[in-house]
Write a protein that binds this ligand. Sequence first.
Ligand code: TRH
Length: 388
Amino acid sequence: MNVQLRWDVFCHVVDNLGDIGVSWRLARQLAAEHQQQVRLFLDDFKAFAHICPQVDLRAAQQTLAGVQIVPWASQQQATPGDVVIEMFGCRLADAFIAQIARAPVQPVWINLEHLSAEPWVDLHHLKPSPQPGGVMKFFYFPGFTDKTGGLLREADLIRRRDDWQMQPSARRIAMRTLGLPPPPEHALTVLLFSYARQRLDGWLHTMASSERPVALWVCPGPVMTAINAWLDMQLQIGQITSRGSLTLYALPYVPQERFDELLWAADVCIVRGEDSFVRAQWAAKPFVWHIYPQEDSAHDRKLDAFLDRYLDGTDSALRDTVIHFWTAWNRGLDLSPAWIDWVDGLPALQRHAQHWARRLQGRTDLASQLVADVRHLADTRPSLTATR
Ligand code: TRH
């Protein structure tokens, strides 16, 4: 049984859903699996409501899934807990930082950074970052190696995934709870959760003229613009339409704890950002990562670094298939030739996805590692009198 500490997790939503997606997943796991007392400071409740529809947009404080959720501004009067987690280097209020410096026992203060497969991450993980007033903050990096914090993975995730996928009617049940009919028999089912992407016409046309029926489950987001242009209609949430062999479903948002079922039900997952990128790996499905575009092509380096790890040890045919389609998708190129290659390669892609998930699940998950590392940092911090 873990010693219960008081954790303050701070989430500033930059854009999209990943900042709150990762923060919410971590906070829930710390509370549910590690019996920690967790307070989540959040500055965008509207974004949160997309993935947690039961949130009260106006409550001064509320508890959901064992996590106390408070507005960002309440940190002005708040007393820091034992642990402070700045998600993705979000800037805390000066008043709260002053409270950290004045605390009789200094909280363990961590900046939990974005996930990257780049090698330099190993060298920066858990490095101290001295702050004014003799206060110490630590960098903490998720990652794919034992020299990082690892990846978020709930203790029962793999068992739930395998149990779910063994149920023959699972896909039909999942779609029914979403208010959508199941895809046509033997359809190739593709989940699409991406950023805006032009030039989808060739890809959509190729799927519409394929022999095998294709179901395209489109999550809410900017990609719908290009799809509506090709359809020459405005597909509404919950609406379905077909063109030849292609049936398109405009999905509603699903609560985060149900999002995995979409990945488990699909044959191919096109995902984005950080959290859905990790969840597609745990789903052990052939997937495509639409990386969050950054200036100075930093995202190209992140994409290449992940592909180096993901494709390490694979045969050249698989490598070419993955690199061909991932590059076409992320560079905005015509997708048709790469898509035909991708569909032909699905059996090998599926085997590799399962192999990759097995390799990853052998490592300690991020929340468990973070709890252990925080314990160690708390036990070994210099007494403040010594450093003042
Ligand atoms: O929404 P994103 O593009 O978030 C991004 C990334 O986090 C990126 O690293 C960050 O820099 C940028 O935001 C600001 O993609 P991501 O990371 O997959 O987060 C989406 C979350 O939304 C994820 O937790 C899954 C969840 N989700 C649901 O719970 N239900 C849904 O229906 C959908 C579509 C998503």
